[in-house]
Design a protein around this ligand. Structure first.
Ligand SMILES: *Cc1c(COP(=O)(O)O)cnc(C)c1O
Length: 723
């Protein structure tokens, strides 16, 4: 017995039930169906199934070129006589003894289906069975029509209805066969799809008022052929107006109605008008081979076998989007197959939980802000509080005065204790910003000039902090370019350290490193080698040794991606500044860590630099909750970044730096795109992107934001290369 969708007469409801498995005749095969496409023709032909692929399960005595387990497809043409005029000339679909799958004989909406062995399509390797199913009807239909159109490589074919299921395949087949493609469809979404996804050369909206003139002018006198897959009448009439003299119009779509044309023009302009139907088995095999070789993509959704009645329901209501492939298989499974993506998991984690937030603290404006953050790739500073963070501000603040209260504010202390435990350092101090944290640390280490800070020439503390070092600390800097182009190593640093003793030079008092820098990891091994070397340098009695400072604005990103612990990393440093308002998701603040003695002295400079604040507990509580929320999400953010980077690389983007964590730095020059276009294409898709080419990912980037980003960048590179 087997499961099948069964109906008795046209108009009956279909029943999903068990029926006996058929027996193949001498020239037939029994195919165990794995996948079956659902086509609109199935609806019109009353529900049979004619795009099935599966394995040969049994065959008749006269079949000698198939074995059990071979992959075969069952298409519309289930059986032909094989000897008539039409069969003998490759026109099997016109055979008078033709039997059609799912119409005249039982189709592929059963687990085991029978077909004449000669008509079974041999499925080549290189394509998945589920992707092969729609080729057996949709793919062959447009490929055959392309052949019928007689269009030659280099010539132009217009595809009318290019934005639909058949049309999108038609565009791709035409491109794969070396034709220029003019896509006709309607609306900006279809325009984008045709030009960017399907590779069409031109696009004309067939609802525009002067289609004929537009088409003629774009193609320099009309396309050599027109394939009409749309199922409305008007485009047929339009095509007779704009097709090139000597050209061919191929009708595939089946609108009701009659075609009337100007006979005089048809004769004197030598216009051919013809219909095209499906192809024979060999042509289907050709269509599969071209699809595999050209990487033509078939869009479909796989749903469970049992879902068929619902699919028809949606089709009838006109709600069906895209093509559906049923997963049939030996043992029917339950429920539609769904792929969950990383990004969606990310989003589920910060999904809106409207509960017990006193006084309705989560206004619409926050929801809107979360949506906006979903498409904001400028930085990871752009995240907004999650609801758990808002809740923490209310519930975990202690409202002390962190400066006047002798012991400081309890919530601030609790947060600083948490950081101490996390970093293994003796003391921690909440500060207002990363810049403030860095400058306090540098100033705290330094005493009497002259003194120098050694750093990467791209270092934030030097380049991005408003020239604070000479102002705040009276220090000079020595910037070094890493030889490996990514991060500093001991080899870069060793010879550049100025030891005390030669009065011509300003002695090095701090080596300041950065992890991550532009998203790149400074590996623990290198930090350790530099640190060990620096700490082994002897200084005159009474002096303190050269200090190791870390600008760890994104240290948590770095250690997470490198899979090392925060503690072992920070063992290499005497001080570090860690941003809370970036990947950690806090609304504001940074934290600096070091020895107790160091932090006690740092408090002094924090006050001097304007960073001693009062009811800081609210922000410390927020930072604490944000940290709890965001830390576990970092690996997902990195994986998402990697996924997008892989996609961008595939479509031709070049990067300046390796993608280690949550940043992609596009090499605009090498890629050949203009900075202002990067911004404007992003804007067109509602995204915020900086012109530098740096894309930053964070926990609030949404799946929708990612698809819009990929879309924008695909359009950008396509357009820049098209020029
Ligand atoms: C963001 C950042 C800082 C600090 O920036 P603020 O905007 O002052 O908080 C410091 N170093 C690096 C590497 C940074 O990315």
């Amino acid at each position: 017995m087997q499961w099948a969708h069964v109906f008795k007469t046209r108009g009956d409801t279909i029943e999903f039930k068990q029926i006996p498995v058929g027996k193949p005749g001498p020239d037939e095969v029994l195919v165990q169906v794995e996948y079956s496409g659902v086509c609109h023709t199935d609806l019109h032909a009353w529900k049979g199934g004619h795009e099935g692929v599966g394995l040969v399960a049994a065959f008749g005595s006269q079949v000698n070129d198939l074995r059990i387990g071979d992959l075969v497809g069952i298409q519309w043409i289930n059986r032909t006589c094989g000897i008539c005029e039409f069969c003998s000339t490759g026109n099997q679909p016109l055979c008078p003894k033709l039997q059609l799958s799912g119409y005249m004989v039982d189709g592929t909406f059963q687990q085991y289906c029978i077909c004449k062995a000669d008509n079974a399509v041999r499925i080549p390797s290189g394509i998945s069975l589920e992707a092969a199913a729609p080729v057996l009807c949709a793919g062959i239909t447009v490929y055959k029509a392309l052949k019928e159109s007689n269009v030659q490589p280099g010539q132009t074919i217009a595809i009318v209805g290019a934005g639909g299921g058949l049309g999108s395949l038609a565009c791709q087949y035409a491109k794969a066969c070396g034709h220029k493609v003019l896509a006709l469809s309607s609306g900006t979404a279809k325009r984008g799809m045709c030009l960017y996804d399907l590779g069409a050369d031109y696009f004309v909206d067939y609802k525009s008022s002067n289609v004929t003139e537009e088409v003629k002018s774009i193609t320099g006198g009309g396309p050599h052929a027109v394939m009409i897959v749309a199922s409305i009448e008007e485009p047929f009439h339009q095509a007779t107006q704009y097709v090139r003299p000597g050209g061919t119009i191929v009708a595939v779509g089946l609108p009701p109605g009659k075609l009337s044309t100007n006979i005089f023009a048809m004769v004197t302009q030598k216009i051919n008008i013809k219909g095209s139907y499906v192809g024979n088995r060999y042509e289907t095999e050709e269509a599969l081979a071209i699809l595999i070789r050209a990487g033509i993509s078939v869009q479909y959704n796989v749903v469970d076998f049992a879902e068929l009645p619902n699919i028809y329901d949606q089709m009838e209501k006109g709600q069906m989007k895209g093509r559906v492939v049923l997963k049939v298989g030996k043992t029917p499974s339950q429920g539609p197959e769904r792929l969950s993506s990383l990004c969606r998991d990310l989003h589920i984690n910060n999904s809106k939980q409207h509960h017990d937030i006193p006084g309705n603290l989560v206004p619409k404006s926050l929801e809107r802000a979360i949506d906006r953050a979903g498409g904001d790739f400028r930085s990871d500073t752009v995240t907004v509080p999650t609801e758990s963070v808002m809740q923490a501000i209310v519930n975990a603040s202690t409202f002390g005065d962190d400066i006047y209260d002798e012991e400081g504010d309890a919530a601030v202390n609790a947060f600083q204790d948490k950081i101490k435990a996390l970093t293994g350092k003796e003391a921690a101090l909440f500060v207002l910003s990363g810049t403030q944290g860095n400058q306090i640390c540098l100033r705290t280490h330094l005493q009497q000039p002259p003194h120098t800070i050694l750093l990467d020439y791209r270092a934030h503390v030097q380049v991005w902090e408003t020239g604070a070092i000479p102002v705040m600390s009276q220090a000079t800097v020595t910037g070094i370019e890493p030889k490996n182009g990514v991060h500093l190593t001991l080899d870069d640093v060793r010879d550049r350290i100025v030891e005390e003793g030669n009065f011509h030079f300003s002695p090095t008092r701090i080596v300041s490193l950065e992890n991550t820098l532009s998203g790149c990891i400074l590996p623990l091994k290198d930090a350790r080698e530099i640190s060990n070397h620096v700490r082994s340098i002897r200084v005159p009695p009474g002096r303190s040794r050269i200090a190791m400072h870390l600008d760890g604005a994104r240290l948590l990103e770095g250690v997470t991606a490198e899979r090392v612990t925060l503690k072992e990393y920070l063992d290499c440093f005497d001080s570090a500044s860690i941003c809370l308002s970036k990947g950690c998701g806090a609304p504001m603040g940074s934290v600096i860590v070091g020895s107790k003695e160091f932090i006690d002295r740092a408090k002094w400079f924090r006050k001097m630099f304007g960073g001693a604040t009062r009811q800081t507990g609210m922000m410390a509580a927020a930072a604490s909750a944000a940290l709890d929320h965001c830390l576990p999400l970092l690996p997902k953010v990195h994986a998402l970044t990697r996924r997008v980077a892989d996609y961008l690389h595939r479509i031709g983007y070049e990067f300046l730096l390796p993608v280690n964590t949550n940043m992609i730095v596009i090499d605009l020059k090498k890629t050949g795109i203009r900075a202002e276009n990067l911004v404007s294409y992003g804007k067109r898709h509602g995204l915020l992107i900086f012109p530098s080419g740096r894309l930053v990912f964070h926990h609030q980037i949404s799946e929708d934001g990612v698809s819009r980003l990929q879309r924008a960048l695909l359009e950008l590179i396509t357009d820049e290369k098209r020029v």
